[in-house]
Design a protein around this ligand. Structure first.
Ligand code: ATP
Length: 238
């Protein structure tokens, strides 16, 4: 099978009010892969995802998506190109129903019948959301809100899903459920860039990983190698 690089960053730099949050980040993701970013709090993981979806300003560098530099594209165009972001903290609209939150995720599409088919598909993937389709998102449990955040991102029919901290604050049984869903998603052909504070879990399902420290990539390799790397074990696997 040919390997196709879906996304590549070249010397990506991001500053927040003069502070260098990302320093020359070079990473790539091949089509069909699950790639994880691991690192301590404040290492720059979330910033990397925000830079790719262009919701923050980039100081310098390139982001190549299917070989095209997308650095000048606005966020809604990034979604149109096939990159969706499920953000840290879920950010579902609390006062809107599950159904309405899903509809928001479909903002780039016009075909009503297709959108309804997509909603049906999300309800098959996430039966808990189907049961709660008319419930206000703010009244869902943390795990259900996480499912909604992922389903909403999938409503744009992405080729690349940016997934930020899907296990944050969730009970172990729900985390297991969410990770099974992530594994199922990759089987449907979605490429995933996963940011996860639970490095052990992330490396178990990822193909490759990058370790970020203070805004720089300090280590990269196959997930199966990183999970047994002494430096990774000592710093991130407890
Ligand atoms: P966490 O798991 O805590 O979210 P992270 O690895 O995702 O960590 P980032 O959120 O990307 O880290 O933050 C990288 C650096 O940029 C940190 O030093 C953080 O304090 C800083 N930072 C993040 N967002 C902002 C912002 N909006 N304004 C100023 N500094 C910021």
């Amino acid at each position: 099978m040919n390997t196709i690089t879906i996304l590549e960053t070249k010397d990506l730099c991001v500053n927040y009010s003069g502070i260098q949050a990302l320093k020359n980040i070079n990473l790539y993701i091949n089509s069909g892969e699950v790639v994880t970013l691991i690192g301590a709090n404040g290492a720059g993981k979330t910033t990397t995802l925000r830079a790719i979806s262009k919701i923050i300003n980039i100081k310098s560098g390139e982001i190549l998506y299917s070989g095209r530099n997308i650095i000048k594209r606005p966020p809604h165009e990034i979604v149109k190109l096939g990159i969706a972001h499920s953000p840290e903290g879920r950010r579902v609209l609390a006062k809107q129903t599950v159904y309405d939150n899903l509809m928001l995720g479909a903002f780039i599409h016009n075909d009503k019948a297709k959108i309804q088919a997509d909603i049906k598909h999300q309800f098959e993937l996430f039966p808990r959301l189907a049961e709660r389709r008319n419930q206000l998102a703010g009244t869902l449990s943390g795990g259900e809100q996480q499912m909604l955040a992922i389903a909403r991102a999938l409503m744009s029919r992405p080729k690349l899903l940016l997934l930020d901290e899907p296990s944050l604050g969730l009970a172990p049984a729900i985390v297991k459920e969410i990770f099974t869903i992530i594994q199922n998603l990759r089987e449907t052909g979605v490429t995933i860039l996963l940011v996860e504070q639970n490095a052990n879990l992330a490396l178990q399902i990822a193909d490759r990983g990058y370790v970020l420290e203070a805004g720089s990539i300090t280590l990269t390799g196959a997930a199966s190698e990183l999970i047994t790397d002494e430096r990774v074990m000592k710093a991130y696997l407890g």
